[in-house]
Design a protein. Structure first.
Length: 287
């Protein structure tokens, strides 16, 4: 059986990206964290962590990736059991996945309101790409997820239209750009709806394209566009003051709306998750 303390250190190292930062987070020495990881790897019978080629970050191996989801679930169940036993009232846990750009804009204010009105429910949130959130949901690691997708592309508890636009740097003038030259794109990883929209729109128009910059984070994509590395498709509420929305005069027509959908698994919702779903249905706003 896996030791929860060892699993906690393992998750901390993965989240922190290294032993030193993990040790600082849990107020232990680096040698203690390293020793705990060695014990966990001995228990698992295989390496769980490896250093990247650049040497400045620790990432999970394939086996570590498989263990990571289970480790998070075991730690969450342990914490929930502790809360139930230590608090006079029963505490229900609801795990919610939220897209990064949505989390940055609305998460704190929206969920703090739910927490105040539902003190018996504890929320655990995960922020990431929609394709990853769907995988976490299918694996039973989330109860609910807000995802970005093509409109009407599946069942949902609730959905909201999201306006998107072609975006360039503020000083980027593409009105006279040579349409035979590849369009430089700033893109999220594969599976992102905005990436798919950009590539498909250009290919449908018979235009060439190239990846000028890629990033997993919204901030990274926004910064790359601001600096003039390329153009991209973003939700309109993620357009910054140093961005410029491209239109017909620039050779880019307005993309069709995307969709923010609240989804769950076929297994259904617990009473606590159903309460959160009803709250989100009333509270989520797409500006």
């Amino acid at each position: 059986m896996f030791d929860l303390e060892l699993l906690r250190s393992f998750v901390c190292v993965v989240d922190a990206g290294g032993f030193t930062r993990a040790a600082e987070r849990v107020h232990r020495t680096q040698s203690t964290i390293s020793q705990q990881i060695r014990k966990l790897e001995e228990s698992a019978g295989q390496p769980l962590l490896v250093r990247t080629r650049s040497g400045n970050q620790i990432v999970p191996t394939e086996a570590g990736e498989r263990l990571l989801g289970y480790a998070r679930q075991l730690l969450a169940i342990s914490a929930e059991a502790h809360d139930v036993l230590c608090n006079p009232e029963t505490v229900s846990l609801v795990r919610l996945g939220i897209p990064e750009d949505f989390a940055a804009r609305q998460l704190t204010e929206m969920l703090s309101g739910f927490a105040r009105s539902h003190p018996g429910i504890r929320l655990d949130t995960v922020s990431g790409m929609s394709v990853d959130l769907r995988l976490h949901l299918d694996a039973g690691e989330l109860d609910l997820a807000l995802i970005k997708r093509e409109p009407g592309s599946g069942p949902s508890l609730a959905c909201w239209p999201e306006e998107v636009a072609w975006v360039a740097g503020l000083n980027e003038d593409r009105s006279g750009a040579d349409e035979t030259s590849p369009v430089p794109l700033v893109l999220f990883p594969q599976g992102c709806i905005y990436r798919n929209r950009a590539i498909h729109a250009l290919e449908a128009a018979g235009r060439r394209w190239r990846v000028a910059y890629g990033s997993h984070s919204l901030a990274g994509v926004q910064a790359a566009v601001s600096s003039g590395l390329g153009i991209t498709i973003l939700p309109k509420n993620a357009v910054l003051s140093d961005h410029r929305v491209l239109g017909d005069d620039d050779g880019f027509s307005t993309p069709p709306t995307a969709e923010l959908a609240l989804i769950t698994t076929a297994a259904g919702l617990s009473p606590a998750a159903a309460q959160l779903a009803a709250y989100l249905e009333q509270s989520v706003q797409i500006d």
